[in-house]
Design a protein around this ligand. Structure first.
Ligand code: SF4
Ligand code: SF4
Ligand code: FES
Length: 257
């Protein structure tokens, strides 16, 4: 039996020594005349379980209402709070300040259009990529028949598709990608992952030749340098390395035909 007297009690909140963190934010608003990129430093007391999202909100509420950044879900689901955290793309709402040193530097994701400060337009980029890769199911039958029962799918296959569908389009993989930094038209790991996902789907009528037309060049899978930063930074831990290698192998086989 546990001796209750031996369990150390939690010190009262007032006695817990809290550290101060300094947060340097790269600030710039391209919409504002005279705005120049600069680092602005904020200092605040770290609270238990404080995420960068909480810290940024506290700064905006108590220190600087003009600071711009995005968030929706606060739970790693919407992908909108992605930013560069100490040089590495990640989600602000899933990053504890305690996991970082006392000095933290935040910058907006590169590649995407900057709105202001830490806010970028990932939606515009993702939409262009989705339209280009036609990231929707191309049904086999010509006519949509709403009275038909949904096609059966083996649970294992449904699970494999679901695994790839977990992408939240946060843009971290694109921001960490050398090719995406050099080529505006590169579809990124997020795009290649979508090709892998629709290739798997038995309801999609497209053949490998059709997918080759979409990603069989340097703006697609052959532009990828395989350094796998995308795999390292994906906050949803998608198996990007495996999927990119798989798509490359399939597309190379079509190219050699
Ligand atoms: S693949 Fe990962 S890093 Fe890339 S957009 Fe999707 S969730 Fe974000
Ligand atoms: S492996 Fe390919 S897609 Fe991933 S970061 Fe490197 S170049 Fe970009
Ligand atoms: S706020 Fe939605 S992922 Fe962070």
């Amino acid at each position: 039996m546990t001796d209750i007297a031996t369990i150390p009690s939690r010190p009262p909140a007032a006695e817990i020594e809290r550290r101060n963190v300094r947060i340097n934010v790269l600030r710039y608003n391209p919409q504002e005349r005279g705005s120049v990129p600069h680092l602005q430093t904020y200092e605040l007391e770290e609270a238990d379980g404080m995420t960068l999202f909480i810290a940024l909100n506290e700064i905006r509420e108590k220190q600087d209402a003009s600071l711009q950044f995005d968030f929706v879900c606060r739970a790693g689901i919407c992908g909108s709070c992605a930013m560069v955290i100490n040089g590495r793309p990640g989600l602000a709402c899933r990053t504890l300040t305690q996991s970082l040193g006392p000095e933290i530097t935040l910058a907006p994701l590169p590649v995407f259009e900057l709105i202001a400060d830490l806010s970028v337009n990932t939606g515009k980029w993702m939409r262009a990529m989705s339209e280009r890769l036609q990231t929707w199911i191309h049904l086999k039958q010509e006519e949509m028949d709403l009275s038909r029962l949904e096609e059966r799918m083996e649970p294992d296959l449904a699970q494999r598709i679901y695994e790839l569908d977990r992408c939240i389009e946060c843009g971290c993989c694109v921001a960490g990608c050398g090719t995406a930094r050099m080529r505006e038209d590169f579809v990124g790991a997020v795009g290649l992952n979508k090709i892998a996902r629709f290739r798997l789907d038995p309801r999609d009528a497209r053949s490998d030749e059709d997918f080759y037309d979409l990603v069989g060049d340097d703006s697609g899978v052959f532009g990828c340098m395989s350094l796998l930063a995308c795999h390292d930074v994906c906050p949803k831990e998608l198996p990007l390395a495996t999927q990119i290698a798989f798509v490359r192998r399939k597309m190379a086989a079509i190219g050699w035909k």
